[in-house]
Design a protein around this ligand. Structure first.
Ligand code: ADP
Length: 480
């Protein structure tokens, strides 16, 4: 990575330059030569046909003398930088702008064939060995009374065309160099926008991989690189904070395990060395059992949380009657309620109310909420459990008139191991895990749980569940 991406880009640039030059030297060069040749020959052909229609035609009609035509052709060829011939179909030279033919001495172009140009306007070569150097020649017939009387032939030096083409080609080379030079700007942009930020990101990922999650990644910009860097930074912060959470969690767990273990050990030692007399053993065994019960509860809650986290999405969704489940869960608290003289009042919507959810998990939610409500309720008070239906949802609320939860604690009670100061004295066995479990379960269902609470007045927890379609089917059956 370190060496390659930049080198690859430079290599791509070098290839671009190389192929640019190769293309200009071969393809563009051929096109330019062909273009110049075609363009010149077209102009020459137009001139040749013009001469054939005017001077040459007049010459064959004897309307103009040979000398005049010779003179005209001389000045015209001088002006056009060409050589103009008029010859008979047999190849005998009549007019030659370069050298006026001697009437006494017959000059013939040996092997002259007017079809030599074939489909083109022109032919390139020494024109039937008439010249030493290469010429570009065009042939235009002189037609009189539907008969070909002769030909006007114009020659120009092929080297002149090559020179023009070379000049044009030089412009192409110059343009290519300018483009290559300007494209260095792309290289600079690439370095600044992609390469440098990428190096910083790589340095940061190396730091993160080495465990330094607090490494500061500094890449500004609202482009993809900036976004990538921001996401990476966010990921590192999340990992760092989850590592912190993990440490906090383990510290909490260890603390919660250690205190009952210390007290169990203390009592057992005191019993062993006789500090606690045998007649008091029965009482202290009860205390020790109580502590072990707390440890069991803590272990169960931790296991439950762990299961929810790892297979949080594996819910057994079925349709069942929430009213019935509430009745059963409340009944299981009968004994505790009686001991505190607490009454549970059920305000249930209809006789049966079907919901679509995981029954065991929601039972656990109800259990935790009612357990808390009883724990934090005063003697001789009332707990209300209510179900209502609204817009395809079932709202379940558990309301107590207990100690309440202070405003500043209301966001934190959902966190693992969190307990309010108010509750510490009242509930020594609490683990602070119950509401975390509740929240995980409700979240896994994609539903919500909310809390309304006033210190010293009471608390009301309300959660939603999906109303089952079974209710409507049962309603229809009833009306039938
Ligand atoms: P715990 O096992 O301690 O009850 P929870 O997670 O269920 O753990 O509750 C966390 C804390 O929230 C409790 O320790 C208590 O301070 C507070 N809390 C929960 N429910 C109530 C309630 N109904 N009334 C007052 N405080 C409550």
């Amino acid at each position: 990575m370190r060496k390659t991406i930049y080198l690859k880009f430079i290599l791509a640039y070098a290839l671009f330059a190389f192929f640019g030059f190769v293309t200009v030297a071969t393809f563009v060069s051929r096109l330019t030569y062909e273009y110049c040749q075609r363009q010149t020959s077209r102009n020459m052909y137009q001139e040749a046909t013009r001469i054939a229609d005017t001077y040459a035609a007049d010459l064959y009609n004897s309307e103009i003398s040979l000398e005049t035509v010779q003179k005209q052709m001389e000045s015209l060829s001088y002006f056009m930088d060409t050589e103009i011939w008029i010859i008979n179909p047999s190849g005998r030279m009549i007019v030659n702008s370069a050298d006026a033919p001697d009437p006494e001495q017959e000059i013939v172009v040996e092997g002259f064939d007017p079809t030599v140009t074939q489909k083109n306007y022109y032919t390139r070569g020494t024109f039937f060995d008439s010249f030493d150097e290469e010429k570009l020649s065009v042939i235009a017939p002189i037609i009189n009374n539907y008969k070909t009387r002769g030909y006007v032939i114009i020659h120009t030096a092929a080297s002149k065309i090559d020179e023009d083409a070379n000049n044009m080609l030089n412009i192409s080379y110059l343009m290519l160099i300018v483009i290559l030079f300007l494209s260095i700007i792309i290289l600079i942009f690439f370095t600044e926008i992609v390469y440098r930020p990428l190096r910083k990101i790589i340095a940061a990922t190396e730091q993160y991989a080495a465990g330094n999650m607090h490494y500061e990644l500094n890449v500004e910009g609202d482009d993809e690189m900036g976004y990538l860097a921001a996401s990476l930074g966010y990921m590192a912060r999340t990992v760092a904070s989850s590592e912190d959470d993990q440490k906090k969690f383990i510290a909490n767990v260890s603390h919660d395990f250690r205190s009952p273990l210390t007290s169990i050990r203390g009592f057992l030692e005191a019993m062993q060395d006789g500090t606690i007399p045998p007649e008091m053993h029965h009482h202290y065994i009860g205390v020790v059992l109580n502590e072990t019960e707390r440890l069991t509860k803590l272990t169960n809650s931790l296991l439950a949380l762990n299961n929810l986290n790892t297979k949080g999405m594996l819910l057994q969704m079925t349709d069942w009657d929430i009213n019935d489940v509430i009745r059963k869960v409340s009944a299981s608290f009968e004994q505790v309620c009686r001991s505190k003289n607490i009454r549970i009042r059920l305000i249930l919507s209809g006789d049966v109310l079907y919901v679509h959810a995981d029954m065991d998990k929601i039972q656990q939610v109800l259990y935790n909420l009612i357990d808390n409500a009883i724990k934090f309720s005063n003697y001789y008070s009332e707990i209300e459990i209510e179900t209502t239906e609204k817009k395809g949802k079932v709202f379940v609320s558990v309301k107590d008139s207990g100690i309440g939860i202070p405003k500043e604690d209301q966001n934190q009670i959902w966190e693992r191991f969190y307990k309010t100061d108010l509750s510490r004295g009242k509930d020594k066995k609490g683990t602070g895990l119950g509401l975390s479990i509740v929240r995980e379960i409700i979240r896994a269902h994609g539903e919500n749980i909310s809390l309304v609470s006033t210190e010293g007045v009471g608390s009301k927890f309300t959660f939603t569940l999906k109303r089952s379609d079974l209710n409507d089917e049962l309603d229809e059956e009833d009306t039938e």
